[in-house]
Design a protein around this ligand. Sequence first.
Ligand SMILES: [Zn+2]
Length: 94
Amino acid sequence: MRRALEQRRETLVAELGGDEVRLREGGGDLEEADLSRDMGELNEIEAARRRLDDGSYGICTDCGADIGFERLHAEPAAARCVECQRRHEKTYRR
Ligand SMILES: [Zn+2]
């Protein structure tokens, strides 16, 4: 699972790096929503890496239940189980 996280992180960093270059070059068509979404996901991946290190990876941060392999496989940076994520998205509309 750590490998999947690392790969996703590298992809994101590469994407963000590309966006930064476009910004510097004055390409005004940068999609800010995309950028902030990627930044958010990058933060989630960093948090997931910290959880891997302290052993709490794969455990829902809200209710403490197992997140489940299938969900982690689809979304390696997931910090919540499906139910808590759904509730979270409803609360914060993201
Ligand atoms: Zn939960």
